[in-house]
Ligand binder design. Structure first.
Ligand SMILES: *[C@@H]1O[C@H](CO)[C@@H](O)[C@H](O)[C@H]1NC(C)=O
Ligand SMILES: *[C@@H]1O[C@H](CO)[C@@H](O)[C@H](O)[C@H]1NC(C)=O
Ligand SMILES: *[C@@H]1O[C@H](CO)[C@@H](O)[C@H](O)[C@H]1NC(C)=O
Length: 231
């Protein structure tokens, strides 16, 4: 009974301290990768950590360990860029960032969402096939199948990539040695060159070479209808 009362009291106090808590642990920053989160070995990737909060310092963590500390270069912008050059297998893994208000170096923000950087080129490339090759009509569903060669690798996932897009479009656990991706209700914006990779979901997080590109072109419905009427 008494302990319940104490618990209630404590809850009341905790709620009372709400504002203080929020001050102590500011909201998480966002972490993004450029040009892509799935990058070939020996290429360069920039990880950008940003927050609307001004006057902050940033820390980049990999696998939970602090890798690098940076001051945001311009005090009006809460943003820092971490340059990873000449990528090697050791750079693959799970990254987060956080920030510290200047003058409060011991109070860190919540960590950003985790970004899983994949470095490609360590296993033979898979093949990517579409049931509807080439030109598809707006609104259609496109199914893509990625199949990996017969190699001994455990804990594998597949990712669908689109050229010019930093983040993988979709990730899938495979069935046997293949995974199916589905693009539903496609629009003109889905036009592009697609490829896929497979990768380890555990350290050392190595990824295959990307498959050959598969071009998909989405055409408008109106155009097709007009042609049908005219013909
Ligand atoms: C990566 O960055 C380094 C140093 O900035 C530069 O010398 C090199 O040319 C870059 N490599 C690629 C593939 O862009
Ligand atoms: C397909 O996408 C269009 C445009 O984005 C939207 O208006 C329509 O409702 C979608 N159809 C379905 C079945 O989701
Ligand atoms: C796809 O790749 C080909 C060959 O590299 C290129 O000519 C074409 O412009 C690309 N298409 C898109 C939509 O990016």
């Amino acid at each position: 009974m008494i302990s319940q009362l104490l618990t209630l009291l404590c809850v009341g106090l905790c709620v009372g301290q709400g504002d203080l808590r929020r001050d102590e642990s500011p909201p998480k920053p966002s972490l993004s990768a450029w040009p892509s989160l799935v990058a070939p070995a020996r290429s360069n990737v920039t990880l950008r950590c940003s927050t609307p909060t001004k006057d902050v310092n940033f820390a980049l963590r990999k696998g939970g360990k602090v890798l690098e500390l940076l001051q945001s270069p311009d005090s009006t912008e809460g943003q820092a860029e971490f340059h990873l050059t000449d990528l090697k297998s050791i750079n693959a893994g799970e990254y987060t960032c956080e920030y510290y208000r200047k003058g409060h170096p011991h109070i860190s923000s919540q960590p950003s969402d985790v970004l899983q950087l994949l470095v490609t080129g360590y296993f033979p490339k898979p093949s990517l096939q579409a049931h509807q090759r080439g030109v598809v009509t707006e609104g259609a569903e496109v199914t893509l199948q990625c199949q990996r060669p017969d190699t001994e690798i455990v804990a594998v996932m597949f990712a669908l990539l689109k050229a010019g897009t930093a983040m993988p479009m979709q990730r899938r656990s495979p069935e046997e040695k293949r995974a199916e991706f589905s693009l539903q209700n496609v629009s003109i914006g889905d036009t592009g060159n697609y490829s896929c990779v497979y990768y380890q979901t555990r350290a050392p997080f190595l990824a295959s070479r990307p498959s050959d590109h598969l071009a998909i072109r989405v055409t408008g419905k109106i155009f097709t209808r007009r042609r049908t009427r005219a013909g």
